[in-house]
Design a protein around this ligand. Structure first.
Ligand SMILES: Cc1cc2nc3c(=O)[nH]c(=O)nc-3n(C[C@H](O)[C@H](O)[C@H](O)COP(=O)(O)OP(=O)(O)OC[C@H]3O[C@@H](n4cnc5c(N)ncnc54)[C@H](O)[C@@H]3O)c2cc1C
Length: 267
């Protein structure tokens, strides 16, 4: 074993960044953009990573993570990273982000982190994303980057939401699908609104099998991307395991709270 110590990586620090744009991306959800054109540490990220935001909310120092929804190529072109936050009822940071933050607000931002990421060296792949609510955020960046990566890669995206209005980044998903030349197929599943041509209910194995009908079974998919409510991820993971899909094909991100949550404290 070498006695030489490796130089330790610099400890990431929160950088004060001013909000450059705020755009609604669903009811109770916004996209927040930060101009990082002069900050390579923020542009050198992999599709699927997140940043941690730190702000004083109601006098409390709160830190939470939010995934970047734009692919790295677009962020580098425009010099802007964009995250999307959906308000969680009773939450400390997300309702503040979704309804109070304005352009010019300065908050602490940690450079991108996370292992729920696209393998940039992989060959052409068939990807399937299964997401719920704000879980679309990292998967949208992964989808765009995967389609850019190989002209033969394809993506099936199954998205659960309550209603059309609550569908986070719905317009951005539709734009990507329209520009994909048929390589991205999107299946929306809505639990609280009946819409012509849209599946009603919840995502279950029958829905996933129907979407994959013409491309094979679950074991024919190269990469599964799961992000959303705990129950959805657990159900799909259990079904994939029972269908013989190896863990190396399954990627998942859980949006559990990163900050300390005191259940006795009133929000
Ligand atoms: C790696 C990572 C990436 C993330 N990316 C995103 C993203 O792109 N967009 C996004 O909107 N959120 C994302 N989240 C979730 C986000 O970090 C916060 O946890 C969420 O916004 C709630 O924070 P809060 O301060 O409003 O709620 P808190 O004050 O932390 O929590 C208040 C209450 O809500 C519950 N709660 C916390 N989070 C959730 C949740 N997601 N769903 C339901 N109940 C919850 C808590 O248990 C608690 O009871 C991500 C989380 C992680 C760990």
């Amino acid at each position: 074993m070498s006695l030489l110590r490796r130089p330790s990586k610099p400890h990431p620090v929160f950088r004060p960044l001013a909000v450059a744009e705020v755009d609604p991306v669903a009811e109770h959800a916004v996209s927040i953009g930060f101009d990082v054109s002069e900050m390579p540490a923020f542009l050198d990220y992999r599709a699927g990573q997140y940043v941690t935001l730190r702000a004083l909310v109601g006098g409390e120092d709160v830190r939470q993570s939010y995934s970047i929804w734009v692919p790295p190529s677009r962020a580098r072109r425009e010099g802007i990273i964009r995250v999307a936050a959906a308000a969680v009822q009773g939450g400390r940071m997300s309702p503040w982000l979704a309804s109070e933050v304005e352009v010019g607000e300065v908050m602490g931002v940690l450079p991108p982190l996370g292992e729920f990421t696209l393998d940039e060296a992989a060959g052409p792949r068939h990807h399937v994303g299964v997401v719920g609510g704000s879980g679309i955020t990292p998967v949208l960046a992964i989808t765009a980057a995967a389609l850019e990566q190989h002209s033969e890669s394809t993506f099936d995206l199954i998205i659960a939401n309550r209603t059309r209005a609550s569908t986070v980044l719905g317009r951005e998903v539709a734009d990507l699908e329209a520009a994909s030349g048929g390589r991205l197929r999107v299946e929306h599943v809505m639990s609280r609104e009946a819409v012509d041509g849209v599946r009603h209910g919840r995502i279950d194995p029958l829905v996933i099998r129907a979407v994959l009908d013409d491309v094979g079974g679950p074991a024919d998919v190269d990469d599964w991307w799961l992000c959303g409510p705990e129950g959805l991820i657990a159900d799909v993971e259990a079904w994939l395991a029972g269908s013989g899909v190896g863990v190396e094909h399954i990627h998942r991100e859980r949006f559990t709270s990163t900050g300390p949550v005191d259940p006795l404290k009133k929000p």
